[in-house]
Design a protein around this ligand. Sequence first.
Ligand code: BMA
Length: 328
Amino acid sequence: MAKIIGESLYNIPWQEKPTDCREPVWRYSENPIILRHDTAVSNSIFNSAVVPFRGGFAGIFRCDDRAVTMNLYAGFSDDGIHWEIGDTPLVFEGEPAVTGVEYRYDPRVTKIGERYYITWCNGYHGPTIGIGYTDDFRHFTQLENAFLPFNRNGVLFPRRIGGTYRLLSRPSDNGHTPFGDIFISESPDLIYWGKHRHVFGPAPFEKSGWQSAKVGAGPVPIETDEGWLLLYHGVIHTCNGFVYRTGAALLDSEDPSEVKYRTKYYILGPEVSYEQCGDVPNVVFPCAALADADSGRIALYYGCADTVTGLAFTTVDSLLDFLKKNSL
Ligand code: BMA
């Protein structure tokens, strides 16, 4: 039995696996949990990040408003399923040269020590990785952008490894990037990033077509006694555009640039109407996972068709078992 190394989360949202489900991941029966107009201003709410907070849950949500301006909003929930999300975007304190907003999207939230760090795709003369933090989800401080443009999908590890902070990212271009590999970088202070190492890139089309165009890190990696469990998105370029699915990988505990296993088959793909139809069809895009170290349960939050937010479930055992049996 694999073990999650982390906190107990007795109130993790959960539903048992349907008896007829043969896959390692199953959807919440009441999906989607957040609808496109769930705030007064939103056109769509998706690709968002949630964490346990003060006995309940807090989150940073990507809401595109009805001007289709991408920004981040805070929300709170007692049960991780029903959310109250604010109508005004986050205001960050920090260097005015950095806090000026062009656009912000696809947040991740990582608890390191007692502080909640937010990473997101930050418009600064092109997309790059913004980093900020909060202690209460009401006051926010922004740090320097981690990289020069262009970069997306910045995901922090939840603790220092070998004495340094670690950040996954995906260097990109200024458009709907047709390529993309996951890299890892180190920092002593969350400001200066270096020692960039390649983690993995797209798979050969003939081996695993669903992840043949680009890949990018999803939720904050989950620490297990066998390594870091990373869920990621993989993309195929079809005649109708990109299709986004979800895969899993296991990275080495001490050197997470080393990939121990990586799925040949996807674990979640756009197969139901709210994932197939929306502002951008055929996208599932995970940005957060809650994990309970006691039960091994994992609850996955993912954007559906760039419009609404879904919830899915798995366990550390079923994912590691699937990974070992179906590694690329
Ligand atoms: C990516 C990002 C994601 C989005 C995806 C599919 O480049 O913009 O936010 O979900 O495309 O449109």
